[in-house]
Design a protein around this ligand. Structure first.
Ligand code: PLP
Length: 409
């Protein structure tokens, strides 16, 4: 039996971008929350599509168009199975998490919300799960209400319970916080939502690459994620919605593909999911995402979950040993996101010094400015780990921080 370290090395061999030097040093890529690298299989699947089939879908005019349609719709089924949706019709292609949320706000939101209604979001949301709802509130007169976050980065479930009342029509929360790593208790949230008959949208951007997600088991109404954080191509994403909700929603954008019949007297709309997919879709992106999912499913995911846990535990342990580190986000249930401040140093300076050593992290507000205000910090340094990171890389991060400490303090 291979040990975990060997297994991770094998996985690393599948990701060509990991094997390069940056600033004269071997790359240590700890910015997976922003985007993950892509395995050869994904790069090759996209290239192969453009090399061979490269035709538009749903036109049926020739053999290659049929082939493209088949691959495109098979990709939809791969996503459906991956997240446990009942039907492929419940999988809508988007450009990413951001577009998925905007779609729900613009369609379900405008149809169902009016003055006096409430939308609950958590205090740890990414801007993409805040701003579309603020825009919707401006349009409808609904009100945005914030579920508080505890000092350790957990969602305040008591505070959440107090906010639940009949005016709450929608709860939009992240599954995993990109800035804290907190894994939110979606089943508890859904249970309370059902009592109140509120609709639940979950932002899964930071979840799907780290653990299995089953939308049916979670019983969420909408679930959104991006391909590029799941080892797939950029410009591609998924909106899952329960069929009955999607059916009742008006279309998002108008154009080709989303119509059943179009005349100057009026237009009728296509069936699901095409009603929401106006224009030529990102065909290669869908095929690339499906390839990423198949790649991930071919790995020992249980072992990888444990491996990522060991990476984050190791980071916490080394932080305690080094001292002078303020960790932002210490929820008991957290993904492999290590967000911190080196006391006395600005996060941007720490990031620059790490970059000089070939260590890629993200610094700043992580598109969560309200959360940064909640913790009264200008931003943090974020090392976000993935399946291909190693304990040695975490060691290297802390050696880098030791150097940064000497230089900056
Ligand atoms: N939600 C969370 C939790 C994120 O981390 C991100 C991206 O960082 C997004 C939403 C937005 O994703 P995208 O830019 O791929 O639409």
């Amino acid at each position: 039996m291979t040990n975990t370290a060997d297994y991770i090395q094998q996985i690393r061999n599948d990701f060509p971008a990991l094997h390069q030097e940056v600033n004269g040093k071997p790359l240590i890529y700890l910015d997976n929350g922003a985007t993950t690298h892509k395995p050869n299989a994904v790069i090759e699947a996209e290239a192969e599509f453009y090399r061979t089939v490269n035709s538009n879908v749903h036109r049926g005019a020739h053999k290659l168009s049929d082939l493209a349609t088949e691959q495109f719709e098979n990709a939809r089924r791969t996503v459906q199975e991956f997240i446990g949706a009942i039907k492929p019709e419940e999988i809508v292609w988007t450009r990413g998490t951001t577009e998925g949320i905007n779609l729900v706000a613009a369609t379900w939101g405008r149809k169902n919300l009016s003055k006096g209604d409430r939308i609950l979001v958590s205090g740890m949301e990414h801007h993409s799960n805040i701003v579309p709802w603020q825009m919707l509130c401006e349009q409808t007169g609904a009100e945005l209400v914030v579920i508080p976050v505890l000092d350790n980065g957990e969602l305040d479930l008591n505070g959440f319970a107090e906010l639940m009342e009949p005016r709450v029509k929608l709860i939009a929360v992240t599954h995993v916080s990109n800035a804290l790593g907190t894994v939110n208790p979606i089943p508890d949230i859904v249970r309370m939502a059902r009592i109140n008959e509120s609709v639940v949208l979950v932002d899964g951007a930071q979840a799907v690459a780290h653990f299995d997600v089953d939308v049916l088991q979670l019983d969420v109404d909408f679930y959104v994620f991006s391909s590029h954080k799941l080892f797939g191509p950029t410009g591609m994403g998924v909106l899952y919605g329960k069929e009955e909700l999607l059916n009742e929603m008006p279309p998002y954008q108008g154009g080709g593909e989303m119509i059943e019949h179009c005349s100057f007297d009026g237009t009728t709309y296509n069936v699901l999911p095409y009603k929401f997919e106006a224009g030529t879709p990102n065909i290669a992106g869908a095929i690339g995402l499906a390839t990423a999912i198949k790649y991930l499913k071919g790995l020992d995911r249980k072992l990888l979950v444990k491996h990522e846990e060991s990476l984050i535990q190791h980071a916490h342990q080394l932080a305690a040993e080094l001292g002078g580190i303020r960790i932002i986000g210490e929820a008991p249930k957290k993904a492999s996101v290590f967000s911190f401040l080196l006391e006395g140093a600005h996060p941007a300076d720490v990031g620059t010094l790490l970059d000089q050593q070939g260590i890629a992290v993200r610094t700043g507000h992580h598109c969560t400015m309200p959360l940064m205000a909640r913790f009264d910090v200008p931003g943090t340094v974020r090392a976000s780990m993935s399946i291909y990171n190693t304990l040695d890389e975490v060691d290297a991060l802390f050696k880098g921080l030791e150097k940064a400490k000497m230089f900056l303090l």
